[in-house]
Design a protein around this ligand. Structure first.
Ligand code: ADP
Ligand code: TPW
Ligand code: MG
Length: 577
């Protein structure tokens, strides 16, 4: 007896349902209404039927970008984003995004069709044969396979809860081809569906942990708050702002936490980053990890003194002490923890000493003034400051625009130059510094929020997902892509030391016409050589909402190796004769 035979209903007079419909019903029952996918055997009909059932089904040109889209949808909505792929190669293409989601603590579910278990397990060479469950497991938070139609409800429920509860992450759900066609009685089928109650249960800090943290904070002479993308994810925006303001403590936003409080906030210490990291004596981490992006909480960046005390707010207990000793761990949800902290602070909380605030304020002032001059650069070809100076003004005038950003120099300069004014309005390469998130992220940002999206992309970074501009045009999304075209990775000026015919490994075709790619799909393509042209093109794109790509010509010698993280490049010291 095959599993399909086993699942035949007793009666052929009643209404029937099948695996396809049960999957769709299970997702819809849990308010999941969008699928990011690439069709093919065995999931083509799943996409069709989902669209027929009123879900939004967006098809991509490559699964990796559907996956990045799903993960950012999860980050923006706190509901798991769904990426749907075919078996083996499609699954593997989606897997990079699943691993990236897990690393970044974004909730997503990768649903992949798979081949017949009986054939896969005996390695008999099925169509797209692969033991996908085993491969996914080490790269995600949880991985499940559903073999029987009556287990679909439970399988989807487990996947949803695993993705969003505690520390969010990526979940893999394996759906073998023959599950889709399994038939059962419709009424019985409906009874198997599970509506997940309270998928991300509140996580409240213990009162003694709050007191301990407050003790440490009270004794601080030079306190600093670091806000990370976990704080942005928590969507406790009012509480975060109220806490920062009540405390009076300077804060540093990590890249994707920019805008949680507007970057123009007087307490922002972003423009005095080096100073505050070096000089602070107590650092309160809020939904941010002490990983490579913060030099692991030690070393020169942190002043080498070894006397700093850390308070850390995180939903994941095992994050504590991962790099340095945490004097006051606060395990819980950002909103609940900061709320409890504020209550315990009472009405007579004294703000940090003037000396510290003035030192930060003066450094900030000096650095901002230094930058202001450069942002007016009218150099042609454009330098990073001239081009980003005008994009900064565009975002100031259109603060609802969501900024997507990747590249090396393009990323590092844009991060420090473009102010963000709203929570979750800057989406970028995240914890891995991965290239290729651009178009998938831009698509999901537009789809999930309806806001205009500005994607500021290095020319190399853009290339990883460039074909998805067809997807942007197909769905007519309000996305404006600006390609910072410096003819290469970091710079376009490297030469082949042998004098041979190949160009250097970091160099691209000179003066590539990325704008014509967009025009090929019916979007607006603009070639911009001056800040003025760039400025006009982007403002027009935002006003019209039409898919637009601006090819911004940047001085090919302006960038530096690896942008601001060149120090991480190992370099050969051996000179071979
Ligand atoms: P960043 O790169 O901005 O520094 P990270 O991704 O390194 O941020 O850190 C985010 C942290 O936020 C993770 O350790 C994660 O466990 C935590 N986190 C995610 N959601 C919440 C939440 N709702 N409350 C508290 N912590 C959270
Ligand atoms: C998936 C390595 C880091 S930054 C970068 C690469 C290839 C491109 C930098 O050039 P770009 O920006 O985008 O033109 P700019 O302004 O400096 O010229 N593969 C992956 N991820 C990473 N991070 C890399 C390779 C890399
Ligand atoms: Mg480049």
């Amino acid at each position: 007896m095959t599993p399909t035979d086993m699942k035949q209903p007793d009666t052929d007079t009643g209404n029937l349902t099948d695996g396809f419909h049960l999957i769709i019903d299970a997702l819809k029952l849990n308010d999941i209404n969008t699928i990011y996918n690439v069709p093919g055997i065995p999931i083509t009909d799943l996409g069709r039927l989902a669209q027929g059932a009123g879900m939004r089904v967006l098809s991509f040109r490559h699964e990796q970008h559907a996956g990045y889209a799903a993960s950012i949808a999860g980050y923006l909505t706190k509901k798991p984003g769904i990426c749907l792929t075919v078996s083996a190669p499609g699954f593997l293409n989606g897997l990079t995004a699943l691993a990236n989601a897990t690393t970044n603590c974004f909730p997503m579910i990768l649903i992949s069709g798979s081949s017949e278990r009986e054939i896969v397990d005996l390695q008999q060479g099925d169509y797209e044969e692969m033991d996908q469950l085993a491969i996914a497991k080490p790269l995600c938070k949880a991985a499940y396979r559903v073999l029987h139609a009556e287990d679909i409800g439970i399988g989807v429920a487990r996947a949803i809860r695993a993705a969003v509860s505690g520390r969010p992450g990526g979940v893999y759900l394996d759906l073998p081809a023959n599950l889709m066609g399994q038939v059962m009685d419709a009424v019985e089928g409906e009874k198997t569906l599970v509506k997940v109650i309270d998928p991300a249960p509140a996580s409240i800090p213990a009162p003694d942990a709050v007191d301990r943290a407050l003790d440490v904070l009270k004794k601080a002479e030079r306190p600093l708050i670091i806000l990370g993308k976990g704080a942005a994810y928590a969507q406790a925006d009012d509480v975060v702002k109220a806490f920062v303001e009540k405390s009076g403590i300077p804060y540093l936003p990590m890249s994707m936490a920019k805008g949680l409080l507007p970057d123009t906030h007087p307490q922002s210490a972003a423009a005095a980053r080096s100073l505050v990291l070096k000089e602070a004596d107590v650092v309160m981490m809020v939904g941010a990890r002490l990983n490579w992006l913060l030099s692991h909480g030690k070393g020169k960046t942190w002043g080498d003194k070894g006397s700093k005390k850390f308070i850390q707010v995180d939903i994941e207990a095992t994050e504590m002490d991962s790099n340095v000793e945490i004097a006051a761990p606060l395990v819980g949800d950002v909103g609940a923890v900061l709320d409890a902290m504020m209550k315990a602070m009472g009405d007579d909380w004294s703000k940090p000493a003037e000396g510290w605030l003035n030192a930060v304020g003066e450094k900030k002032q000096t650095n901002l003034e230094k930058m202001a001059g450069r942002l007016k650069s009218n150099a042609v070809p454009m330098d990073y400051h001239g081009a980003l100076g005008c994009l900064r003004e565009v975002i100031n005038d259109h603060p609802d625009t969501i900024l997507v950003n990747e590249g090396a120099n393009t990323l590092d300069f844009a991060r420090s130059i473009i102010d963000i004014h709203r929570p979750r309005h800057r989406l970028d390469v995240g914890t891995w510094g991965v290239m290729g998130i651009g178009m998938g992220t831009a698509i999901a940002a537009a789809v999930e929020t309806g806001q205009p999206v500005l994607a500021v992309e290095g020319d190399s970074a853009f290339g990883f997902s460039g074909m998805e501009i067809e997807t942007i045009c197909r769905y007519n999304l309000p996305v404006c892509v600006v390609v910072f075209n410096n003819n290469g990775i970091y710079r376009g000026v490297d030469v082949n030391p042998t004098g041979g015919p190949d160009v250097a490994p970091t160099v691209f075709v000179k003066d590539a016409r990325y704008d014509q790619m967009m025009a090929a799909f019916g979007g607006v393509g603009v070639y911009a050589t001056t800040p003025d042209e760039l400025n006009r093109a982007v403002r027009e794109a935002i006003a019209s909402g039409k898919p637009t790509l601006v090819n911004a010509i940047i001085d090919e010698a302006a960038g530096t190796e690896s942008g601001r993280i060149g120090n991480l490049n190992p370099q050969s010291v051996v000179t071979k004769k």
